[in-house]
Design a protein around this ligand. Structure first.
Ligand code: ZN
Length: 300
């Protein structure tokens, strides 16, 4: 007889995927864009896991027709997932003028409203690229005012992580035809996610003296097309229940003050920690060999 894990270890997490239709820097061919999205959607179905997908309508990493950003957004929406605005071309709010950045966010709004309307999605979600909210009060206030005008809620992230670095390393290994090293990257990826989860759950318990529902940031990429099931298996084994973004964000913890006005793209747990005067340990990083592989130019 196998004993059941203690109920006390149960916790909930909303899965969110950025950079749809596909994270840049890798293969953006039409067939690859379609295949990545189909595979991630099939895995989510298999686990009965709802997700929120943050779309970049103007990204160069898309195809025509069914592989266009709008079609991929409709596909996710038709499979029951929420769609969010991640700006039109993924600019960095730290380097662009306020007006240019908000015009880019507005362009994504125009592109995505028809998708949301046809799916009767009422919730409007916005998440800035790199989680950059504006490095001073003026920038932050301008972004908040634009979100308010357009009825957006912020797509807060509690479990930020280095998944995007693993994804870049993974695509590099595949391109080099090194399947064995690609599998090693995938194994290290799952281990890193679990380490990140443990870090952020512990920080949340310190801040709120209870377990809170979390929001994890992932991306639409080949790594998740091939290995999201491994991540979801590991999360489930650790007591995770998969919930919708609006369910997680309805928790009172998400109304905590965020007074951080700096250049970094921080998890909201670190922003809330700062407002509460709590000093957090450094976040888990990727192993150096992963970072090195992600940086390496393609083999000739
Ligand atoms: Zn992004």
């Amino acid at each position: 007889m196998v004993s059941m894990p203690a109920a006390a270890s149960d916790w909930s997490v909303a899965l969110t995927f950025d950079d749809l239709p596909k994270m840049g820097g890798g293969d953006c061919a039409q067939t690859e864009v379609l295949s990545v999205n189909q595979s991630i959607l099939d895995t989510l179905d298999q686990f009965g896991a709802p997700a929120a997908a943050f779309v970049i309508p103007g990204t160069p990493c898309q195809g025509d027709g069914a592989a266009s950003a709008a079609s991929i957004a409709r596909l996710w929406s038709s499979r029951g997932h929420a769609i969010g605005n991640h700006t039109d071309t993924h600019p960095d709010y730290n380097t662009l003028s306020i007006d240019a950045f908000l015009a880019d966010a507005e362009a994504a709004h125009r592109a995505l409203v028809p998708v949301l309307d046809s799916a009767s999605q009422r919730e409007r979600w916005f998440r800035p690229p790199l989680l950059h909210m504006g490095y001073n009060a003026r920038r932050r206030i301008a972004l908040d005012a634009w979100m308010f005008k357009r009825g957006y809620r912020l797509g807060v992230v509690t479990i930020d992580n280095q998944e995007w670095v693993f994804a870049a390393a993974y695509e590099r290994m595949l391109k080099d035809g090194d399947a064995a090293r690609a599998e090693a990257v995938a194994d290290a990826y799952v281990a890193h996610i679990m380490e990140s989860v443990a870090y952020h759950r512990a920080l949340a318990r310190r801040l709120f003296e209870r377990e809170i529902p979390h929001v994890i940031l992932l991306h639409a990429n080949r790594l998740n097309a091939d290995h999201l099931a491994d991540v979801l298996d590991a999360l489930k084994a650790g007591g995770a229940k998969f919930v919708r973004l609006e369910t997680a964000a309805a928790d009172p913890a998400y109304r905590s003050p965020d007074r951080y006005k700096g250049p970094r793209g921080l998890s909201w747990l670190l922003r809330w920690a700062e407002a509460k005067g709590v000093r957090a340990a450094p976040e888990p990083r990727e192993p150096e060999w992963i970072a090195e592989a992600a940086r390496r130019p393609p083999s000739p």
